[in-house]
Design a protein around this ligand. Structure first.
Ligand SMILES: [Ca+2]
Ligand SMILES: [Ca+2]
Length: 370
């Protein structure tokens, strides 16, 4: 969890002009052609030199790209290409921790850098650590299994490039992300590496490049989270974002979390830490230009004081808002937050007269338009 101490929405507001950071100049992303869609467009917000934000549903003018798999040109930032470009420019190391990795181009970029001699390490959640090519659709499916079967059918539609109803070895080698990593012998673990059956909590989505650059956000590295369903050309994927932050100091904090999970990786020692097996990690602050960042990683044991948890830190940041708070969430179930308990909506800012109206609050998921 990353929160700015001003307000959560300050992340979007702090996007300033240009990519003039020496770090970012190494990781710049090519932009894309005209759109075929006709929704209203608006001028893009300027980007911050050190903290850049991208939305796959970005409707700003000029934010268009042509999807690599379906060939559709659509509004949005190409989150996959942004990650691929950053990986391709790495010169020493890449650490990737993500719940699910199914995007072939990301896997190919990791494989290429590993073959070039860089240190590449990958952590995935155990539920998603099996290559689709080895997936066996169960005969008696419950609802969850049906969903997985539907996703498997998506993979078949993508990977069966000669449309003969079979996934050949060359097709698997080209389109199955985890097979691509395996073929390249990229070091890889999942959250059973701690000797457990898996935490079910390895929900990270971050990449550390050269211990200098962090890519992190809400998207799993799947077609449906980044581009849209392969078999349904009208879809544009779940609304997601990714941040690209140039900061060796921030990278060191993410590396500490990564190394805690990695242990000795696929080596013989049983020294990985996942889920509640991790010790309490308090939030840490760092200054990045004019922006104060606070970083904290979950999960967090319920035996610890809630106020010291990531959700407590978010609530604290919300409570410091003086003008407005805007939330764009997939789900909001934390009953202890100031908004959930309605305390924030009725609170008067301490420094304002008692006639000051309550802070405006937007919490509807439908408000999420990027
Ligand atoms: Ca085939
Ligand atoms: Ca190990």
């Amino acid at each position: 969890m990353i929160s700015l101490t001003r307000t959560a929405i300050a992340i979007a507001a702090l996007l300033l002009t240009g990519c003039n950071s020496p770090l970012f100049s190494r990781f710049s992303t090519a932009q894309t052609p005209e759109t075929v869609e006709s929704e209203p467009r608006w001028p893009p917000l300027p980007q911050d030199p050190l903290i850049q934000v991208y939305f796959n549903h970005n409707h700003a003018e000029g934010a268009d790209y042509t999807e690599p798999y379906r060939g559709t040109t659509r509004p949005g930032d190409d989150l996959e290409q942004i990650i691929v470009d950053s990986i391709a420019l790495a010169s020493t190391s890449i650490d990737l921790a993500v719940q699910e990795l199914r995007l072939p181009k990301v896997a190919q970029a990791l494989a290429e850098r590993h073959r070039a001699g860089l240190r590449v390490r990958v952590i995935i959640e155990n539920t998603y650590s099996q290559p689709w090519s080895e997936f066996q659709p169960p005969s008696d499916q419950d609802e969850l299994e049906q969903r997985e079967s539907d996703r498997y059918q998506e993979f078949l539609t993508l990977a069966d490039t000669n449309q003969d109803g079979q996934i050949s070895t060359p097709e698997s080698n080209a389109q199955d992300a985890l097979i691509i990593l395996r073929n390249a012998r990229v070091p890889f673990i999942d959250d059973t590496a701690d000797g457990s059956k898996g935490s079910g909590l390895m929900h990270h989505k971050f990449v550390i490049i050269d211990n200098q650059l962090i890519l992190t956000g809400s998207a799993n590295l799947t077609l449906s989270d980044v581009h849209g369903d392969f078999s349904n050309p009208e879809t544009r994927g779940n609304a997601n974002h990714f941040l690209k932050i140039a900061s060796p100091q921030l990278a060191s904090l993410f590396a500490e979390e990564f190394n805690r999970m990695w242990g000795d990786g696929p080596g013989g020692q049983n020294n990985s830490e996942f889920g509640l097996g991790k010790p309490p990690r308090p939030p840490q602050s760092l200054q990045l230009g004019p922006t104060n960042l606070r970083v904290q990683f979950s999960p967090f044991s319920p035996k610890q004081p809630w106020e010291t948890s990531p959700n407590g830190a978010i609530a604290n940041a919300i409570g410091q808002g003086t003008k407005s708070v805007k939330l764009a969430l997939f789900v909001f179930s934390e009953q202890k937050s100031p908004i959930a308990s309605s305390r924030f909506a009725t609170r008067e800012p301490k420094s304002k007269p008692s006639s000051t109206p309550a802070l405006p609050i937007a919490t509807s998921v439908k408000d999420w338009t990027c």
